[in-house]
Design a protein around this ligand. Structure first.
Ligand code: AKB
Length: 315
């Protein structure tokens, strides 16, 4: 990775990844792009271009302009937004991915794009979900993710493009909030705990989903991209996770610092349906064996850091 182009770079993952990559590879070697500009470090700390990934010509021109040898393709909508707008999601998530893969092929770029626990469905084994298993998702987001995994593998087998990917769980961060996801409650709960000492959760009590703290997710992307290709039996995409919990467990952890914190429920049937179709917990053994995946943050350590950082941010 010498000259890196990130699409959707001002979103939840991209905005932090860009800053970290610039600190490693140099500010001028990471160009951030997004459909619109917002005031944030990822847009200000190095080159930034407005870019709609469904415009393949514009994407190619930007990749050429910055002599990209690596494309990190983040531009996509998340599960709840995709479910509300399935045609829009298909066009953006698949159209953008196809354009980005074609340019990676054309310019001989290494390529990363995230998949998700959303690539699994109700018929997938629910607990300790294996790396290689049944994937019949019942959401548009899941359909996009499975198709994206297959497409990225196809570009590797057919054209030799060095495609790599991770199946991310819910990602938790105090920097850029997520939007339109099913796991977003696990971020909102911290903001509300610090601000109002209470939270009304749209996901039902007892619903387990995998989660990971953003610093671990960023390390995982960089480690996978730097991994020796000879060790990779899989490419698109590796199961990765740091923890699995249900809302009461995160609330109990928050109460260690904010004892008066109250958790109520007002379940959103649409997002609950999505959550119910996903695994309770996934198995990341393949990632550990093939490129040394590890995590630093469990629920306790993440909660301590989130509450401290948000207290400063919201003061
Ligand atoms: C979502 O909830 O849609 C995402 C994901 C797990 O892919 N956070």
């Amino acid at each position: 990775m010498k000259n890196i182009l990130i699409t959707g770079a001002l979103g939840q993952i991209g905005s932090e990844l860009a800053v970290k990559l610039r600190s490693i590879y140099g500010a001028d070697h990471v160009v951030t792009t997004d459909i619109r500009k917002t005031d944030c470090e990822a847009a200000e700390s190095g080159p930034f271009e407005i870019l709609d990934v469904t415009n393949g010509k514009a994407l190619l021109a930007t990749a050429k302009k910055y002599r990209a040898d690596t494309i990190i393709h983040m531009a996509a909508v998340l599960s709840a937004t995709a479910e509300a707008n399935p045609v829009f999601a298909w066009n953006l998530n698949m159209g953008g991915l196809m354009n980005a893969l074609e340019i990676a092929r054309d310019l001989n770029c290494q390529f990363f794009t995230p998949s998700s626990i959303g690539a699994f469905g109700p018929t997938t084994p629910k607990d300790n979900t294996p790396q290689d298993t049944l994937q019949r998702p019942t959401t548009m987001y899941g359909v996009n993710k499975v198709a994206g995994e297959l497409l990225a593998d196809y570009y590797f087998y057919k054209f030799g493009v060095d495609t790599r990917g991770l199946r991310f769980p819910g990602l938790i961060s105090y920097v850029t909030p997520p939007g339109g996801g099913t796991t977003d409650y696990a971020v909102e709960i911290y903001y509300e705990a610090v601000k109002h000492k209470r939270y009304t959760c749209y996901i039902a009590q007892g619903t387990y989903m995998d989660m990971m703290y953003m610093p671990d997710a960023l390390n995982a992307i960089i480690e996978l991209m730097e991994a020796d290709p000879a060790r990779l039996k899989h490419r698109n995409s590796f199961n990765v996770t740091a923890m699995s919990f249900e809302p009461e467990e995160i609330a109990a952890e928050i109460r260690k610092a904010i004892p008066e914190f109250k958790l109520h429920y007002q379940v959103d049937p649409d997002r609950q349906r999505i959550a119910d179709s996903w695994p309770n917990s996934i198995d990341a053994t393949a990632a550990t064996e093939e490129w040394g995946f590890t995590t630093e943050f469990d629920l306790a350590k993440m909660t301590e850091d989130m509450l401290q950082q948000l207290a400063v941010k919201q003061s």
